[in-house]
Design a protein around this ligand. Sequence first.
Ligand code: G6P
Length: 591
Amino acid sequence: MCGIVGFVSEKNCLEEIKGGLEKLEYRGYDSAGVAFFSKGKISTLKKKGRVSSLFPLLQGKTSNCGIGHTRWATHGAPSDINAHPHRCGKFVIVHNGIIENYGELKKELAKKDKYPLSETDSEIIAMLLDNCYKGDVVEAVREVVKKLKGAFAVAVLCEDFVGKIFLFKRENPLIVGRGEGFFCFASDSPALISHTPLLCKMKDGDICEIDKTQAIFYEEKGKIVERVFIPSSLKSDSANKGDFQSFMLKEIYDIPKAIKNTLCKFEKIGLSSLAQKKLRNANHFLFLGCGSAYHACVYGKYLTEKITPLCASAETAGEYRYRRSNLPKNTVVVAVSQSGETADTVTAVKKAKSEGAFVIAITNVPSSTITTFAHESLVTLAEVEIAVAATKSYNTQLVALYWLVSEVALMHKKATYGAVYLGEKLRSAIIKTLDVAEEMHRIAKRYLGISKVFFLGKNFDYATALEGALKMKEISYIQVEGIPSGEIKHGPLALIDENCLVVHIITDYTLLDKCLNVVEEVSARGGETLIITSLNLPDKGVKVVKIPKLDAELMPIVSVIPTQFLAYFMAVEMGLDADKPRNLAKSVTVE
Ligand code: G6P
């Protein structure tokens, strides 16, 4: 994980590096650091904590060439010493990823009396560069890459090459940007787009050397190759929170627009003829994802079973990648990932392909790693999502799944809602649902101090229960579980007491009686229930939050919104930073 960024410019560029680090903080915020050329030497400044804690150290400093890092700790606790950049001899590096064989490599270097200062896996890269260097950095990088196992995106400064940055990567993303009088790089485009729209996604195996006038790309064997810079479709203001108190709140209010744009795009572009053919012959859908994306997969499974004759399953990508799957012939795998970079999901896609499945990716990031491996990609238009906890991207994933599965339903002559209905009815239901914000805020205040929460739901509502639970867990650190309504009597009831809240999502009329039985069972044991529903319910003496009514298969796109607000306001009332929950990062590019 982690975020890396750097600039080499005609002018002082430390402000640009600081801005880039702030934009990459969603990738980790355990420590931050920069390295830059100053009077021909490399200065390194680093500090445990958020990016902002580094800034006082940079006051009064200037440089026209530097690199920066914001860390999500994997190897070694968050500390000043484990913070990047790491230095060895003339080399200073920043790294995103994991070097899996760093233990062996350390032992090898110890034989030459070279020992690391930190507990990280990353420092070994600087040590190896120093060890392999004979005057040519690109050659040294090629040597080092051969020794490394794992995933990495690395930026290097070498004191012999003032004003140059060297970049190389395997599996983890690295983007080079070109502007007037400068070149830059970052782990992700939002860190660069306020400076330049001209971006080039580096390929695995490429080495790139940038200075203020040019970028030279070398392919694996060291031959110079042409790489094209293309204008980014991202808007430069998309990574700003405007008047909102936090990105998460802004992103919830972005949902109607995100859904409209996503639907319009899919209607316009459609599916490739190959995808149509594969979908027509498909008899099994396997949905794969992690975190929120996995919950979208659960929705995809229920939806496929309801509106098509296909059988379907949903699984976390991390589980799928390590099991014998025996996929039936004509399986279509749908891999869902907001970032398109989650290591478990990318590897699961590779596995599914090797097993002969046709793979469709649903992602929010065009030309992300997942899109390069999938046979077909549906790229949602949620635009940049900064808050670690997914909101608008989740809603657009559900919309993408609805659109895709409807295409299959239509192939089997089953009725579905068309884009016009979705565009109008769904959107207006969502806009009305946004009005529950204040009510959810009051509810959050009322339950402040609660120590256990269960989110319950049946079938489609189960997907929402899982996602609602994850949201609250991620940003308020309360012990929360999402379970199928019927499962509460098989164990969790033992935990019900006056310190426990049960949030029950009920939007399917055909399952209403069963769900109301559960409400009774919880009340009978002294538990408190909050119901989020689109239905007219008999009075059960419990708090009810009413949301607009659509058919059950569309409700998860709407009913998740009150749960997003509840999690958000709970975190705010607890004095927590909803955008940057402790220990987490938005995009987990390591295993
Ligand atoms: C991390 C984040 C989750 C996210 C998951 C999947 O664990 O903390 O919020 O849902 O990754 O991310 P993806 O980019 O693959 O959707």
